[in-house]
Design a protein around this ligand. Structure first.
Ligand SMILES: Cc1cc2nc3c(=O)[nH]c(=O)nc-3n(C[C@H](O)[C@H](O)[C@H](O)COP(=O)(O)OP(=O)(O)OC[C@H]3O[C@@H](n4cnc5c(N)ncnc54)[C@H](O)[C@@H]3O)c2cc1C
Length: 506
C-alpha cells in the first residue's frame, strides 16, 4: 500500500476529490529499471511535465506526497476563485438597486452553501488531475513522499527509482510568521481556510498581498467583519501605487478595515476570541477577532527532499537554484514552478514545465527569461499586469512612453456600471513596441491576455489600432489606447502637410 499523507475530508465532494487525487486504495506500481524522467510533486508544474513527457513516449514516474493537483486545485486558485465568484454574486445583489432591480429582502449569504458549492466544483475539476487519468496517460504514479538518495536515485514508500533526468516540482507553502502567541492562539492559512463551514464573525487577515486582499474582500462580502493588517505602508506593495489605491478604496467600500504600517506585537486569547496587539506609528491598539488568516508570502518545499544527496543547491527562502534553462546544479535534475520561480503562478508553473520537457529530454535550449508572464489579482476590480512598467523601465534605463485610458471612457464599462479603473500601456520611446501594461478593471485578468499575445507575437500598438474589437466590449480600452498612440504620429509637420493637401484637393 502506498504512503498517503493527506486524506482528511469534510464531506462527499471532498471524498470525490480524494478518490481522484489521493485514492486511499492506490497501489504504487513496481518501478521501471530506469526512467527517462522522474517528476517530484504533482501540482501544475509536475502534472504538465509528466503528461507532456509521457505523451511524447518517455518512461515517466510522478511522485506526490499529498493530493495531486497541488496548491492550485486543492488550496489555491480553484477554491479561492470559487469563493470570489460567490462574493461577486453577493455584491451584485447588494448593488442591484443601482440598476433599478429591487431586492426587498437584501443580501443573505448562506456561507455553508457557498463552501459546499466550492467543494463541488473543485471535486469536478479534480478529474483532470486524477491518479487514474495520469496512469491512463502512461505515467507511473507513486503516492508518497519522495527523497533523493543520490544524484540519480529517488525513493518513495521504500521503493528506489533510478532516473536519467528528474524534475523537482514540489511547490511552496504558506510562510511561517514568528509573532508571539500566534501559534498558541491558532490561525488559518490557505491550507485550512477552505475547510471552514461557518463564517467567522470577525476575521483578521495578516498580509495585504494578492491572497490577503482577495480573501479579505470575499469574506467581507459574505458578511464577516474583516480587518486587514499590513506592515508595509500600503496594500499590494508590488503593484503600482495608483492601481493599489483603487483596490484600497474598493475594499473599504466593502466594509474592510485596513490597518497599514501596522506591526503586530503579540496575540493572546480572550473571551473566546483572539486579541491582537498592534503598534501603528507610536500608538498601540488592540483588535479582537474570532479567526486569523495568515497570508504573508510563500516558503519553498525543500525540506526532507534529500537535496544534498542529489547535489542540488538551494536556498531555504528562495528555493531550488536554477539557471536560465531551469537546470539545477546537478545537470540531470531540473526544476519548475513555485519551488524555483519568483513568479509564483499556475500559468508560470505550466510554462516552465514545457521548458523542462524540451531541455531535459531533447537537450533543448529554451530559456525561462524569454517568457512573457502576466499576473492578475482577482479582487473587484481586478488588477492585471504584464511586462514592465514605467518605474521598471527607468531602472533599466529604457526610455518609454505611457498611454492611459480610464475605464470611465469605455462604453461597455459605463453600461455595466464598472467604471472603476484604468489601463496603461508602455511602449518604447521611438516605436510602437509594447514593453508592458497594467489594467485595473472588473475583468482585468481576461483583458490582459490581448497585450500578452501582442508582446509575444511582436505586435505593436499600431497593429492593435487596426484590430477590430467588437462593440461594446471592455477590450475596446486597448483600441482607445492604440488610437491615442496613432494620434501622436500626427506631428505638427505631418499636420501642416495634410492641411496643404486638403487645400489643394478641395
Ligand atoms: C490562496 C491561493 C490562491 C492562488 N491563486 C492563484 C491564481 O488565481 N492564479 C495563479 O496563477 N496562481 C494562484 N496561486 C498560486 C498557484 O497555486 C501556484 O503558483 C501553483 O500551484 C504552483 O504550482 P507548482 O506545481 O509549482 O506547486 P504546487 O501546486 O505547490 O505543487 C507541488 C506539489 O508537490 C508536492 N510535494 C512537495 N514535496 C514533496 C515530496 N517530497 N514528495 C512528493 N511530493 C511533494 C506537494 O504536495 C504539492 O502537491 C494561488 C495560491 C494560493 C495559495
Amino acid at each position: 500500500m502506498s504512503q498517503v499523507v493527506d486524506t482528511v475530508t469534510t464531506g462527499p465532494h471532498d471524498e470525490a476529490l480524494v478518490a481522484n487525487c489521493c485514492p486511499r486504495d492506490w497501489v504504487n506500481p513496481e518501478p521501471a529499471s530506469r526512467y527517462n524522467l522522474v517528476v517530484i510533486g504533482g501540482g501544475t508544474a509536475g502534472l504538465v511535465t509528466a503528461a507532456g513527457a509521457a505523451g511524447l513516449g518517455a518512461r515517466v514516474a510522478l511522485i506526490e506526497r499529498g493530493r495531486l493537483g497541488g496548491d492550485c486545485l486543492n488550496v489555491g486558485c480553484v477554491p479561492s476563485k470559487a469563493l470570489i465568484r460567490a462574493a461577486h454574486a453577493a455584491a451584485d445583489v447588494r448593488d442591484a438597486g443601482d440598476f433599478g432591480v429591487v431586492v426587498p429582502a437584501g443580501v443573505h449569504v448562506d456561507f455553508a452553501a457557498v463552501m459546499e458549492r466550492m467543494r463541488r466544483v473543485r471535486a469536478g475539476i479534480s478529474q483532470h488531475d486524477s491518479a487514474e487519468r495520469f496512469r491512463d496517460l502512461g505515467v507511473d504514479v507513486f503516492l508518497g513522499a519522495a527523497r533523493f538518495t543520490g544524484p540519480e536515485t529517488v525513493t518513495v514508500s521504500g521503493k528506489a527509482l533510478r532516473f536519467r533526468r528528474a524534475c523537482i516540482a514540489t511547490g511552496a507553502r504558506a510562510a511561517a510568521l514568528p509573532i508571539p502567541g500566534l501559534a498558541e492562539a491558532g490561525y488559518l492559512t490557505n491550507e485550512t481556510v477552505f475547510d471552514l463551514t461557518e463564517l467567522p464573525r470577525r476575521l483578521a487577515v495578516i498580509g495585504a498581498g494578492p491572497i490577503g486582499c482577495e480573501l479579505a474582500q470575499a469574506f467581507a462580502r459574505f458578511g464577516a467583519q474583516v480587518t486587514v493588517l499590513e506592515v508595509a505602508p500600503r496594500i499590494l506593495i508590488r503593484e503600482e501605487e495608483r492601481a493599489a489605491a483603487i483596490i484600497q478604496q474598493s475594499l473599504i467600500a466593502d466594509g474592510v478595515r485596513l490597518m497599514a504600517g501596522a506591526k503586530i506585537e503579540g496575540i493572546s486569547t480572550a473571551n473566546g476570541g483572539k486579541r491582537i496587539r498592534i503598534r501603528t506609528g507610536g500608538i498601540e491598539e488592540h483588535v479582537e477577532v474570532d479567526e486569523i488568516l495568515v497570508g504573508v508570502g510563500r516558503a519553498p518545499n525543500v525540506d526532507g527532499l534529500g537535496l544534498e544527496a542529489a547535489r542540488v543547491e538551494y536556498d531555504p527562502t528562495a528555493g531550488v537554484r536554477v539557471d536560465d534553462f531551469l537546470r539545477t546544479s546537478n545537470p540531470r535534475i531540473y526544476a519548475a514552478g513555485d519551488i524555483c520561480s519568483a513568479f509564483k503562478f499556475t500559468h508560470t508553473a505550466d510554462a516552465q514545465a514545457r521548458i523542462v520537457i524540451q531541455n531535459a529530454l531533447f537537450r533543448g535550449r529554451a530559456r525561462n527569461s524569454t517568457l512573457t508572464i502576466p499576473w492578475a489579482t482577482y479582487t473587484d476590480p481586478e488588477i492585471a499586469h504584464v511586462g514592465i512598467d514605467g518605474q521598471e523601465a527607468a531602472i533599466r534605463g529604457l526610455a518609454v512612453r505611457a498611454f492611459t485610458q480610464g475605464m470611465d471612457g469605455v462604453d461597455r464599462a459605463i453600461l455595466d456600471g464598472e467604471t472603476r479603473g484604468f489601463a496603461t500601456v508602455w511602449v518604447e520611446q521611438d516605436s510602437d513596441r509594447i514593453v508592458g501594461a497594467t489594467v485595473i478593471a472588473r475583468h482585468a485578468g481576461d483583458l490582459i491576455s490581448e497585450i500578452g499575445a501582442a508582446m509575444t507575437g511582436g505586435l505593436g500598438l499600431g497593429t492593435l489600432a487596426k484590430t477590430i474589437h467588437p462593440y461594446p466590449t471592455q477590450a475596446e480600452v486597448w483600441k482607445k489606447i492604440a488610437d491615442a498612440y496613432n494620434r501622436t504620429r500626427l506631428t505638427p509637420r505631418v499636420k501642416r502637410w495634410m492641411e496643404r493637401w486638403f487645400a489643394w484637393t478641395r
